[in-house]
Design a protein around this ligand. Sequence first.
Ligand SMILES: [Zn+2]
Length: 90
Amino acid sequence: MHKRRVHTGEKPYKCEECNWRGVDSSSLIHHRKRHKGEAAKKEKAAAAAAAAAAANSACKILSLISLILHFWWKMYMVLEYANNPRILTN
Ligand SMILES: [Zn+2]
């Protein structure tokens, strides 16, 4: 028969991450699993945020490149037109 500690208020198993206290190791293990789940969730959220930030910066870089290319192409066309005005009429 499983015997429980009868002394009320005696909770020798303490969680290191919060103020939780428990009377047996199995409930502590059960409790610690919750922290692991939270940590995994936080890790996932952080990874998602990092990926979003990377995608955002990649998007910014791409739009900057396209802006530069567009500008460069315009300049090129202007210079080409200046060198050879017939280029657009033909
Ligand atoms: Zn805890």
